[in-house]
Each structure stands twice: as structure tokens, then as C-alpha cells.
Design a protein around this ligand. Structure first.
Ligand code: HAM
Length: 420
């Protein structure tokens, strides 16, 4: 019997894992600069959190959640996204007691039962932020610019920022009514999914990727014509801040996002380099979510992107990560006496911060030298029984081929100065 990873999941190792680390480290460094603190929430939550938070009529809740009953009979769900959990934690731990806005970031796996393809996985890793406690449009601009900052510093170009306001409970009903009337007129031509969305979540029809749906809804009323004064003014201010910061965006009045909690600002960042699943980042404001989850009336905004999609975009660009390739020293030993001190010397090298490796397969010297080549060692230390007697090693510079003898005591200082 041979095992494989479950469909829609992947093993990540070697260069891919380095790339992931690079994305995580770059993000964390920038989060610090913007004063965001880390939060880690459980991988599973009570199912009801997502039903309420993400919304009963979303694709995620209707058909994509990994839900199971535990041995105590509770319904639990592997988190399909991070926002609902962060908001739950915000309320549960009374983080709202803090007089300042709460600015959080998270990195971790999410789970959705989707049809897998390149950039769309059933387990994927999101990097996200959430800001709770401010409805200032400047925070919208900060959150959007933070996402852009991260991608720019990683060297991603060819991005498109799409921006919309999805309104609020004041202005949405009017738009919804007009939209539903319009959609009923073309109902027969809509795809099956949209026919059902029409009844339960009509705004989602505008976002359908099906070409016929896009064609027949081309003249459907969009939210921008129906925003209330508050939403309109908020949207204008967000755009003015982005303009000041020189952040380019495209207004897309059909952008509605796949989660129900959004109010006002909604945005996506699309990489023009990675084809079908080009959206590498999505986010927006959610002013009603905290109350929906049992807290007070606290506004929020955030975004998330996945390591999978950003890694694809980086690879597509052929970005040179300047990852530290190769090791500093390969320690070649022959003979029992040399072996007897090899672990101690290797340990000293590593304690001194030198990236070092040795043979663990009892190979002959020639094979050990080949291993040193494969590992791109800058130097090789050779210790045989003769050298052992004189308490010396041979230090070989792999680039020039030059060799010198170095006494045991001098190994660290000599190597340290050469490597500097
Ligand atoms: P979302 O648009 O569902 O939003 O996901 C955000 C990002 O996660 C996407 O743009 C994409 O990069 C990545 N992503 C989503 N599904 C997959 C998948 N199956 N495979 C690989 N990557 C995927 C949210 O999740 C919101 N919680 C974002 C947010 C935070 N809004 C406010 N705060």
C-alpha cells in the first residue's frame, strides 16, 4: 500500500519551504513596522462561529467546510479563514478594553473543500491582519497600503489593486431590491448557482466568473450608484489617502467578495502573472461582525493572502531570493581517532555560528569530498589519524584549492576570520 497526501494538500520542503519562510519573515518584519501584534487561534472552532461569522449563504459555509463531530458530540469545523476566529478572540478576551485600536496579524493553515487547482488548495496557509476598534478611513488606507508594501518589498510587480465599497445595512437594501428586480428579468439565462444566489445572496451574482452570467448582468445596477452619504464619504476619503500615498487602484463596482461580513471598503489584489486564480489577497471592512459574534458595536477591517498564491507569483517572476546556499564547512574525518573527536569539533563549529556538516555514513575520504561538493561547502576540514596525533587539521579552501594546517585550538578563530 502506497500513501499519498490527501487531495488538495501538499508537502512543502526544501526551496519551497525556504520561499515560504521568506514570505513569512518579510511579512512579520513589516507587521512590526506597522505596529501589528501576533495572534494564534485554534485550528478548529465551534461550527456556529463560521456559520454566523462568514455567513450561512456563502459558498464557504454551504459547501466548503470541514465539519466533524467530536467524541463529546460537539460540532467543530477546521477554520476556513481567520477573521471570525480573531473576532471571537477579541470578544472573548475583552481586547476592546484597550483604548487603542487592536492591530493583529496571524499566519496559519486554513481549510476549504474546494476543487483543487494550481493556487487553490484544500489546506492553504493564510497571512492576514485584522484591525478592530476604528472606523477611520485612514485605517482602511493603512491596511491596504500594508498589503501593497509587503508585496512590493518581496519584489512582486504586475499587481492590480481593485477597490469597491459594498455599502452598509442602510444603503444595501435599496440596491438589493433594484438588483433582484433586474436579475429576475434575466433569471433563465443565469447559471444554476446564480439562480440560487438570486434568492439568497443576490450581490454574489455580480461576482460570478461564468461568462454568460457576466454578459447578462452587464447592465445590472451596482452598489456605487446607491451608497448612502456615510459610505460615499468614507469611500472618497479612503481613495484620497491612497492617492496621497501614490497607491494605484482600479475601482470595480462589481467586486463583492465571497464572505458576508463586509461593509464599505472591499478590495482585492490581483497578480497578472499567475492566471486563473490571480487574486493573491483579499480584504475589507466588517463593521457588523463583532456585534454578530456577540460583542459590542466595534468596527473592523483586515485582509489575508495565501503563501501558496504569493509563492506562485514569486516563482512566476523568477525572483532571486538570494537564499543562503551551501554550507561553510564540511568536516572530513578518516580513522577511529579522528572520529572520536569529530562530534566535539563539529559542535564547537556550530556553537561559533559556523554552518557545518560531517559524514554519518562511514564513507571513504573521496566520497566525503564529493558530499562536500554537493553541499557547496566553502571549506573542508580534513582530520586523519596523522593529523590527530599532531592535534591539527587540514583546512582546504574549496574555491582556490589552497590548503593549510591549523591546530585544533585555532580552527574557530581561523575559520571565523576567513568566513567574515
Ligand atoms: P478570502 O478572499 O476568502 O478572504 O481569502 C483571502 C486570500 O486567501 C485569497 O485572496 C487567496 O490568496 C487565499 N486563498 C483563499 N482560498 C484559497 C485556497 N483554496 N487556496 C489557496 N489560497 C486561497 C478571507 O479569507 C478573509 N478572511 C480576508 C479578510 C481578513 N477580510 C478581512 N479580514
Amino acid at each position: 500500500m502506497k500513501f499519498q497526501v490527501p487531495r488538495g494538500t501538499a508537502d512543502v520542503f526544501f526551496e519551497e519551504a525556504e520561499l515560504w519562510n521568506y514570505i513569512e519573515q518579510t511579512s512579520k518584519e513589516i507587521f512590526k513596522r506597522y505596529n501589528y501584534k501576533e495572534i494564534r487561534t485554534p485550528i478548529f472552532e465551534y461550527t456556529e462561529l463560521f456559520q454566523r461569522g462568514v455567513g450561512e449563504t456563502t459558498d464557504i459555509v454551504e459547501k466548503e467546510m470541514y465539519t466533524f463531530t467530536d467524541r463529546g458530540g460537539r460540532s467543530l469545523t477546521l477554520r476556513p479563514e481567520g477573521t471570525a476566529s480573531v473576532v471571537r478572540a477579541f470578544v472573548e478576551h475583552k481586547l476592546y478594553a484597550n483604548p487603542d485600536p487592536t492591530k493583529l496579524y496571524y499566519i496559519g493553515p486554513m481549510f476549504r473543500y474546494e476543487r483543487p487547482q494550481s493556487g487553490r488548495m484544500r489546506q492553504f496557509t493564510q497571512v492576514g491582519v485584522e484591525v478592530l476598534g476604528s472606523s477611520d478611513p485612514a485605517i482602511d488606507a493603512e491596511v491596504i497600503s500594508l498589503a501593497i508594501r509587503i508585496f512590493e518589498e518581496m519584489g512582486l510587480t504586475n499587481l492590480r489593486l481593485e477597490l469597491n465599497s459594498v455599502g452598509c445595512p442602510v444603503c444595501r437594501p435599496l440596491h438589493r431590491e433594484k438588483l433582484v428586480t433586474h436579475l429576475h428579468g434575466v433569471k433563465e439565462k443565469l447559471c444554476k448557482d446564480c439562480q440560487s444566489r438570486l434568492e439568497r445572496n443576490p450581490m454574489r451574482v455580480l461576482d460570478c466568473k461564468n461568462e454568460t452570467c457576466q454578459e447578462v448582468t452587464k447592465d445590472a445596477p451596482t452598489i456605487d450608484q446607491h451608497l448612502c452619504e456615510d459610505c460615499k464619504s468614507h469611500h472618497e476619503k479612503v481613495k484620497a489617502y491612497l492617492d496621497q500615498m501614490g497607491i494605484e487602484y482600479v475601482e470595480n463596482p462589481r467586486l463583492v467578495r465571497g464572505l458576508d461580513y463586509y461593509t464599505q471598503t472591499a478590495f482585492e489584489i490581483i497578480s497578472k502573472d499567475i492566471g486563473a486564480v490571480g487574486t493573491i489577497c483579499g480584504g475589507g471592512r466588517y463593521n457588523g461582525l463583532v456585534a454578530e459574534i456577540g460583542g459590542n458595536d466595534v468596527p473592523g477591517i483586515g485582509f489575508a493572502f495565501s503563501l501558496e498564491r504569493v509563492a506562485l507569483a514569486l516563482k512566476e517572476k523568477g525572483i532571486d531570493l538570494k537564499l543562503a546556499k551551501g554550507i561553510d564547512v564540511y568536516f572530513v574525518t578518516t580513522g577511529e581517532k579522528a572520529d572520536s573527536v569529530s562530534m566535539k569539533i563539529l559542535d564547537d563549529l556550530r556553537k561559533a555560528g559556523i554552518k557545518a556538516e560531517k559524514d554519518y555514513l562511514g564513507r571513504k575520504m573521496k566520497a566525503q569530498m564529493k558530499a562536500a561538493d554537493r553541499l557547496q561547502a566553502k571549506y573542508v576540514l580534513i582530520l586523519g589519524d596523522d593529523e590527530f596525533e599532531s592535534k591539527k587539521v587540514i583546512l582546504r579552501d574549496m574555491a582556490s584549492g589552497e590548503q593549510q594546517e591549523v591546530s585544533f585550538d585555532d580552527i574557530i578563530p581561523v575559520l571565523t576570520s576567513k568566513l567574515r
